[in-house]
Design a protein around this ligand. Structure first.
Ligand code: TYM
Length: 397
């Protein structure tokens, strides 16, 4: 087995925790790579992606937010050799509104879909949220549809994208779910996911359901005639434990291991050591927030790395490593020159926190406004089409 994952009790004393249920503390991403046994994304790999796709890397990649991988280099070797692959990612619809952090893997996935011209499958784990949260199945069905609208609004190509709810698609996944369940022991699940004797039994076996879409054979109709495709999973690194287990079990199923590319977390407004949470309104910008609400949240809550008096600030400048507004800009402000200007002027004390916050409010309001406009144009029929079991267009590469 590759390195052990986060649910392991052995990490309890560490200063930060990253696992499928909990992200807390200031995450040291270099340490996390060592813990998880993944590989850092080096500049050469980014250049190789640019070469292969013939376009500049997405800023999430060139700025190091997607920072870790599992055998992405081998996937690129296979791709260069003419082998097809698909992208797999997902969302646990715990509420009817997603936040900015949730968008990151989907924005990136859409870039990869366009850049490599590949199909995408997106799993909605309504079942997972039922097992882990106090929420009924009827609400979850509704949340799934609302979240699917947000995902479609990221711009996915309907001819190359299949979005499915586990509650509806489970019969197609079930043969692979069974194969996985037969080949993974309770001891492994205990070590990887931290389940214990009092966990509900759904939690013990759920990981097989998130693992199954990593195999093209889980999509007999969707990938008809293309069952030997490889799989690349873009996700936040908190999801890695699922795929550590999947990669471990794959050879026993006679299937290729999925390849992974992991992102860092967009931190909560309150600071780099805080996790955005769907249940804590002030922790995040939600995709349903109005411009006034975005302004209020940023101005009131975004943790500042600036000094406490203007004269100290002019003298010492801001600490950008802890400044949430700057951190958000570095995720979402695509204009590299403008970002560099803000970095230089804010860190030297020439710019004040309030000026940087104003820039952020403008940028995020525009992003959310565009998202809401795209979302409002999505009809029920289009949602149904994305979610219908059908053969995707697999023409590329
Ligand atoms: P969920 O709904 O918790 O999160 C959806 C995706 O968003 C990522 N994410 C973030 N990324 C950056 N910054 C943040 N603050 C942030 N918060 C969440 C998550 O890492 C995830 O990639 N079990 C999964 C659903 C799932 C899935 C998958 C995810 C099913 N199959 C395959 C990835 C790949 C879940 O509950 O995700």
């Amino acid at each position: 087995m590759e390195n052990r994952a986060a649910g392991d009790d052995g990490f309890a004393d560490d200063e930060f925790v990253v696992n499928i249920e909990n992200v807390s503390g200031k995450v040291d991403y270099s340490k996390l790579i060592q813990r998880f046994g993944s590989e850092p994304i080096m500049p050469g790999l980014v250049e190789r992606i640019e070469r292969l796709t013939g376009r500049p890397a997405h800023p999430f990649l060139s700025r190091g937010f997607f920072f870790s991988h599992r055998e992405l280099d081998k996937l690129l070797d296979a791709y260069e050799g003419g082998r097809k692959f698909y992208l797999y990612t997902g969302r646990g619809p715990s509420t009817d509104s997603m936040h900015l952090g949730h968008l990151i893997p989907f924005i990136f996935c859409k870039y990869l879909q366009d850049a490599f011209d590949v199909p995408v499958v997106i799993q909605m784990t309504d079942d997972e949220k039922y097992l882990y949260k106090q929420v009924n199945l009827e609400s979850l069905r509704q949340y799934t549809i609302e979240n699917v609208r947000d995902i479609i609004a990221c711009g996915f190509d309907v001819n190359k994208t299949f979005i499915f709810s586990n509650l509806e698609y489970i019969q197609h996944l079930y043969p692979n779910v069974l194969r996985i369940q037969k080949n993974v022991t309770v001891n492994q699940v205990r070590a990887i996911f931290g389940v214990n004797d009092s966990s509900n039994i759904g939690k013990v076996s759920f990981s097989a359901i998130q693992a199954a879409p990593s195999f093209a054979s889980s999509f007999p109709q969707v990938f008809e005639g293309c069952q030997n495709m490889l799989c690349l999973i873009p996700c936040g690194i908190d999801q890695d434990p699922y795929f550590l287990m999947t990669r471990d079990v794959a050879p026993r199923l006679g299937s290729p291991k999925p390849h992974l590319i992991h992102s860092k977390f967009l931190p909560a407004l309150q600071g780099m050591d805080k996790k955005m949470s769907s249940s804590v309104e002030e922790s995040a910008i939600f995709l349903t927030d109005s411009e006034a609400r975005i302004r209020e949240k940023v101005m009131k809550y975004a943790f500042s790395g600036g000094q406490s008096t203007i004269s100290d600030h002019r003298r010492l400048g801001a600490d950008l490593n802890v400044d949430i507004s700057y951190q958000y800009l570095s995720f979402f402000l695509e204009d590299e020159k403008e970002l560099q200007r803000i970095r230089a002027e804010y860190s030297s004390g020439k710019m004040l926190t309030v000026e940087v916050k104003k820039i952020l409010v403008g940028l995020i309001s525009e992003l959310v406004r565009r998202h809401q406009a795209a979302r409002s144009g999505i009809s029920d029929d289009l949602v149904r089409e994305f979610m219908s079991v059908r053969k995707l267009n697999l023409s590329a590469p």
